[in-house]
Design a protein around this ligand. Sequence first.
Ligand code: PMP
Length: 385
Amino acid sequence: MTFPPIREELRGIEPYGAPQLDVPVALNTNENPYGPSDACADDVAAAVREVTTSLNRYPDREHVALRTALAAYLSRDTLPTRGFEIGVEQVWAANGSNEVMLQLLQAFGGPGRRALSFAPTYSMYPEYARDTSTEWVQGHRAADFTLDLDRARATVERERPSVVLLPSPNNPTGTALPPQAVGMLCEAAGDGLVVVDEAYTEFRRAGTPSALELLPEHRNLVVTRTMSKAFALAGGRVGYLAADPAIGDAIRVVRLPYHLSAVTQAVALAALRHAPELLGRVDDLRRERDECVAWLRGNGLAVADSDANFVLFGTFADRHAVWQDLVDQGVLIRETGPDGWLRVSIGTPDEMAVFRTALIAALGRHPTTSSTHRSTTSTDQGVPA
Ligand code: PMP
């Protein structure tokens, strides 16, 4: 055996991760560009100070206070529209929604089982499958990055996956699922789970309901969320899910004991108390996104409609050259998605102005391969959800 004795299928694989470069304008990991106010930072610091005196003890393994606060937060999406609340027993949290989804695959995937998603999509999904020895099945999206529902249903019925991963909005394309998709695919999945990854849902446009609304109708539906994006807490590492309580019970079997530190729980709880402030910039970011889409199209680029806080655009004969050109000008975006495309996260107005200037300069040096606008179903980029 060669050293180190790593699993054969992991040998030579590069770890996943966006480059963390020290640049003036970082628009590459879909973070919220607005940090917390001093008042919020003080409250978070005070909450951490308070738990510090009992750090000799393990944290609440069940993170009940945090789950209660998250359930109340989620109920804001279901109570006004559908008249029901999300209960604490339906919620489970972990260190980022990455960990939530890995736990789902640990509990519901495994040898002899399949996980399915539709490409192009979030590149961590096949990694969760690989790391849990779950067979990975890749369906495909239409040319405009939407999901062809009949094809998707046929794929689910044919492959019988234990877990279907459906991001809405999708990363890196920004495409949200149409309202009828989730129910249809939950039925097609039979006893398999349908995980709707709503990491970016707070940025969605009008007319796209959250999959949370369908929880009472489908016990195989799992909705995952994160505090990393709209909530401006990527450094806190908190993700969570809402589902039938039986899902949380299954995860309890595979989760590490005390997986969520007392510090993490305190930070998340304090941040939730400041939800209106932390989420307060979502409307600004949506507007900035819609302006970015219009500007890119105005400059002859193909652009995917976006319900998220990022925009996929192209296409370039050599996208790496464009990416590097922008880095050389101090702007870091993401080289991801189908060949020829690049993704930019939405920053502050000042950051976006720097991005636009840098891209114009780069376009002068690197030709696009497409002069037609790539538009999907909707044109009302400006309507807030
Ligand atoms: N889902 C999607 C679609 C994402 O893009 C990301 C972050 N890039 C995540 C989940 C995970 O985010 P986190 O672990 O920070 O919650």
